[in-house]
Ligand binder design. Sequence first.
Ligand code: NAP
Length: 312
Amino acid sequence: MIPPRIILLAGADGFLGRTCIDHFQERGWQVRVFSRRERPDFPPGVEVHRWDGRTAGPWVAALEGVEAVVNLSGRSVNCRYHARNRRKIRESRVASTSVLGAAIAAARQPPRTWINASSATIYRHAEDRAMDEANGEIGTGFSVEVCRAWEAAQKAAATPRTRKVRLRTSMVLGWGGNSVYQVVRRLARWGLGGQSGPGSQFVSWIHVADFCRAVEFLIGSELEGAVNVTAPYPVTNDYLMRTLRRMLGRSIGLPAPRWLLEIGAVVLRTETELVLKSRRVIPARLLQAGFDFRHPTLPESVAALEVERPPG
Ligand SMILES: NC(=O)c1ccc[n+]([C@@H]2O[C@H](COP(=O)([O-])OP(=O)(O)OC[C@H]3O[C@@H](n4cnc5c(N)ncnc54)[C@H](OP(=O)(O)O)[C@@H]3O)[C@@H](O)[C@H]2O)c1
């Protein structure tokens, strides 16, 4: 009998981790996870190894013989960016990446592939043209600095037997946790689904099923380095909100001018950058490598998400 392929997911308790667990289990993979939780309620069959995301421990042994490691660890960015949160956002990503890199470097039988999360927000605010991996310009500011440090931590790891991929993921649309899709959908349903700020800012997005499929595709490919994980057709914020209103049958959608967003962000303990930064990013390397998006366009993706809506 052929032994099952083993994937190890770090930071698996979040929105993407949970969805990846289901995706890979359904396809017959054996799933191991690294989690900081005491009593995690992962699905049956998942092998859980406790770690703190910072220091080596008995968990390192679980890396032996796995085909791929996918590190999704990081404190949520949906918070106010004051000094303490900035430190946690940065450290949780850099420390988990560094400790994982050291463990992979020391493994007797290291994974063939190490995929580490990063973000499409690493590119500059762009309305003028699309950013791909070759011609994209790296931006400035706190979120960009986090991505640079995060990516640098993976690059610095000396893992000659392991192929390294940096996932520059855009906004992932799906159900679970308090995902972005659920938040914008709720706004649209309440009649608050007008444009945010100017509305001309671009939103790069990907359906969560394509996110998981892209991870699986990358494991089977020879690609290394930065890969934009985003649907091929970014849209403007205005188009996104119009599409949601149309799909949800809401004719009215009050717009949210910048000043209102600033107040709302303080009340909701979040940052306006998450909606106002223009992320116009395209997946050139995935397309060149032959990745076939199941949900390439936004209206079709929203229609699919509505069909997939969990009960309750
Ligand atoms: N969702 C998106 O649209 C999106 C887009 C671009 C990039 N990303 C990146 O992809 C990764 C996964 O996204 P997600 O939406 O699944 O995030 P999430 O729901 O916030 O989950 C992240 C996971 O990281 C672990 N974690 C949290 N705080 C940590 C800390 N202080 N130290 C170490 N680990 C910590 C937790 O897992 P345990 O409790 O099991 O340890 C948590 O469940 C994140 O790094 C995120 O920045 C996400």
